[in-house]
Design a protein around this ligand. Structure first.
Ligand code: DX5
Ligand code: ZN
Length: 323
């Protein structure tokens, strides 16, 4: 991205959400202060943000609030149109990739707390929330369907106090229908069951949805997508396992790419908005590959919590790999 675009985006963001500035009116005053912050941040002279952009973007006027609404909500291309007309060659190339990012599907990141430090679970959940996660992925294991036993509904209820993000609860348990009410009461927003544990999958999905919760179904690497065919249109989410469930830190199974491709084709063919989530071995190398074939929600445990970097840096690295 060119420096100019970075500066303009930062300027818009500061004007919209900087705690010290966001309520300052008239907007021209806010703009002056925001420009100062941007130029200080980049250690550049004021002239690097040309007035023509500021004027045309309406950054000095009360039109700014409208602009923001369009810019963030409707993904208005004002900035890009403007830079397309007036930007230099570097801007032009950067605009193309930005437009692709902004108009392309939004990819959600769902850190899996399985790899978090359980002795300070709340703090770790707060950290990933602050770092820009989209969901908190909670793996529940029963020692039957998968070898380990880890957490139950009371822990989900505790996590609920540490984040406002949707709690994406992945039940790797036998007879999940017996637990759905408890996880719903604990504050789950999405409950995903494994097709391999549900002979009566239709009923399970209906039960979840009647509680006002999004229903997901997961497939082990060895389970074909055809097993979902009859319930696909009722699902809010399909979770494709790209490792055999049960442990964090395993290697991504390459055959999953073909499975995701076929599932994406099927969802699009039926015009379904069902989220396609992938779980297991996701990192900055595999993330763009699964997104490239149609994944929209990425679960990552080790790559977020055991990367040797901060949680914030780790999430940013995965995000950057997608652009
Ligand atoms: C595995 C779990 C995953 C796990 C992923 O059974 O469902 O959510 O935490 O861990 P990584 O990202 O380390 O493969
Ligand atoms: Zn999981």
């Amino acid at each position: 991205m060119s420096k100019r675009i970075r500066q303009l985006l930062l300027l818009i963001e500061i004007m919209a959400s900087d705690d010290e500035l966001k309520d300052i009116y008239p907007i021209s005053r806010r703009r002056t202060k925001a420009i100062k912050k941007v130029t200080d941040f980049y250690e550049v002279h004021r002239s690097t943000i040309p007035d023509i952009y500021i004027r045309r973007l309406g950054l000095g006027t009360d039109k700014f609030d409208d602009l923001l609404e369009r810019f963030f909500q409707d993904r208005d291309k004002t900035l890009f149109q403007l830079l397309s007309q007036h930007g230099d060659a570097e801007d032009q190339a950067a605009i193309q990739s930005l437009i692709r990012d902004l108009t392309g599907p939004k990819i959600k990141l769902a850190p899996s707390i399985l790899s978090a430090d359980f002795s300070r679970l709340g703090e770790q959940v707060a950290e990933v929330t602050k770092a820009g996660a989209d969901y908190i992925h909670i793996d529940v294991m029963d020692g039957h369907f998968v070898p380990q036993i880890n957490i139950g509904a009371p822990v989900v209820a505790a996590i609920r106090h540490w984040t406002n993000l949707p709690l994406d609860v992945h039940l790797m348990i036998e007879a999940p229908e017996r637990q759905i009410n408890q996880f719903a009461d604990a504050g789950a927003d999405i409950i995903t069951v494994h097709i391999e544990t549900c002979p009566h999958i239709h009923r399970v999905v209906q039960t979840i949805k009647e509680l006002g919760i999004k229903a997901g179904v997961s497939l082990n690497p060895g389970t074909p997508i055809d097993t979902l065919k009859e319930v696909l249109s009722s699902l809010d989410l399909v979770l494709v396992m790209s490792v055999n469930p049960g442990f964090g830190g395993q290697t991504f199974i390459e055959d999953t790419l073909d499975k995701i491709t076929r599932l994406r084709v099927e969802l699009d063919r039926r015009s379904l908005a069902t989220e396609l989530e992938v779980d297991g071995g996701i990192n900055a190398e595999t993330a763009p590959r699964v997104v490239g074939v149609g994944a929209r929600v990425l679960v990552a445990g080790s790559a977020v919590f055991h990367s040797g970097q901060t949680v914030k840096e780790a999430l940013a690295k995965i995000r950057a790999s997608l652009s």
